[in-house]
Structures are given as C-alpha cells and as structure tokens.
Design a protein around this ligand. Structure first.
Ligand SMILES: [Zn+2]
Length: 293
C-alpha cells in the first residue's frame, strides 16, 4: 500500500528513518561507538549523545538527508515516486514546491549512493546488450545537429552517444544485472562473467562477435542466431535478458537527456526498482531508504 503517512507528516518520516537506520542499534557516525544515549531532539528528529567522543548527532547526521533543502517527507516522496512509478523530475517538481534543479540533484545524489551490484554467477547465464541514447548534456547543444539521415545501422558505441548496456540473467539464482560499459568487446564480456562458482560456466548468447571467443575451458557458450530466424532452441535462448533489457528504455525515457557519465547511477536505480517491484509500499520505502544509507 502507498505509504502516504510518511509523505505527509515529518515526524512519521523521522520515525521511519530512526527505525531503518538504527535497526542494529544506534552507533555514533563519527567514532562508531555504540555507547550512546538519547539526548533531546533536533526539531522532530531524535538527537543522541555519544559517550565515547562527547559529540551529539541526530537521525539524519551523516546521511544524504542531512543539511538538505528537502524535508525528509519530501525526500521520501521524491525517491518513492522516482523508483516505483518512474515519475519524471518535472512531474515531481509539479507536486512539490521545490525547483527542478534541486530535485534533479537530489535524485542523482540518491542514485549515486546505491551500491554497485556484486556479481557472482551460478549459471546458466544469459547475456545480451542493448544500446541506449545518452549524450553529453549541455556540451551537445553547442554543436551542429547531426544528420539523422546518414545514421549508420547496427550497434551503437560510447563515443557515438549510444553506450552499450549489458544485461545478465543468472538462471541459477534468478538474479538480473544491468551494467553500462564503454564498449561491447570481448574483454568487457569476460570481466562481466569473471566471477563464477563452477569451473565451466554455461553462457547463452546471440551471434554477436564479442561473445564468439567465449568457447574455451572457462565457458560453455551456446548461442542463437537471430538473423537466421532462430530465437530459442529448448533452453538455449536469451529471451529473459531481452525482456529485462526492453524495460530499460521506458525507465530512462522520462529522464530525457541523461548524460552518459550519469548512466551508472540511473541504472543502479533501475536495479533497485526491480528488487522492490512487488514489495508492499511501506516495505519498498524502507528498503529504498536503507539502500541510501
Ligand atoms: Zn562518537
């Protein structure tokens, strides 16, 4: 259910942060000591005194929520609508009395705190790439518009403002990963598949040449060739990858003009979105806050 009370009352928002942040007990953000006592409040936020270093701190100290133009409830609303509903920052601006620039910076600050996924593969693994449009925002406008009519067909490139994004589906664990890369070449692919438990990892790919060298001792590569009209041969397919990858463009689309150097945080947010997808609202909000701490 939509956790509406957390977006309306600042003290309800503060209670939630206290719950999530100190789940394993209160710890001083400066010296990491757990010798702390409650010590009044700072506005609606609980304040603490560290008996080890003698400093005081509150629930927001040392997090992205501290010293912010946004109230905690506004942070929550922003994060929640961004992650859950794929809301554009322009739309959030219309709902809150805050500037577009402030909101965009806060959303990106939140996304940058999200951890990189750590990939450990069990296999079999599907791997595929998609190419998304992401230029160099700002600098791009100084140039002459590019001729669209002469666009070459085929795969994109980082330099051509169409960076590759790899999608991996580990059928062993059902984990999915979405990782942007500078180029779609063999060494990138090897790096992505590097961390696996089995001696020989089964990898399903399409006929793209970057995957061809994967036929060696480390990998058992099996592939489908789409140009031959082949999409699945029993278990050999990359359909899960493709359906996951197809969600990427709709995810990025409300945020038109993401520069390629900001693609990583937006894709981590996409990963978080998927992890929270079917969770009840209050639980999803808690996990999103936790991910930003
Ligand atoms: Zn301390």
């Amino acid at each position: 259910m939509f956790p509406i009370h957390r977006f309306v009352s600042e003290s309800a928002a503060a209670d939630l942060l206290e719950q999530v942040r100190w789940r394993n007990g209160v710890e001083c953000p400066r010296c990491r000591s757990d010798r702390t006592v409650r010590n009044g409040s700072y506005r609606v936020y609980q304040r603490y005194l560290c008996k080890n270093c003698g400093r005081t701190f509150n629930d927001k100290t040392g997090t992205i929520f501290a010293h912010s133009k946004l109230k905690l409830k506004e942070w929550y609303f922003t994060i929640y609508t961004f992650i859950r509903f794929n809301t554009s920052i322009r739309q959030i601006e219309a709902e809150l009395d805050l500037s577009y620039r402030t909101l965009r910076e806060r959303v990106e600050q939140f996304a940058r705190t999200l951890n990189a996924p750590s990939i450990t593969l069990t296999g079999p693994v599907e791997i595929d790439e998609v190419y998304v449009s992401a230029g160099l925002k700002g600098r791009e406008r100084d140039q002459e518009p590019r001729s669209r009519g002469l666009a070459t067909r085929g795969r994109g490139s980082y330099a051509g403002d169409k960076p590759p994004v790899f999608t991996l589906v580990d059928r062993g664990t059902n984990n999915r990963y979405v990782i942007p890369a500078k180029s779609a070449d063999e060494s990138t692919v090897r790096l992505l598949l590097d961390n696996h438990e089995q001696e020989s990892l089964t990898v399903y790919t399409d006929g793209f040449r970057a995957y061809e060298p994967l036929d060696d001792d480390t990998f058992d590569r099996q592939y489908v060739v789409h140009s031959d009209g082949e999409y699945a041969d029993e278990e050999v397919h990359i359909n899960t990858c493709e359906s996951h990858g197809s969600l990427l463009r709709p995810w990025l689309s409300p945020h038109r003009g993401i520069s390629k150097d900001k693609l990583t945080p937006y894709l981590r947010a996409f990963q978080l979105r998927r992890e929270l997808y079917r969770k009840p609202g209050d639980e999803a909000l808690k996990q999103a806050i936790d991910a930003a701490l």
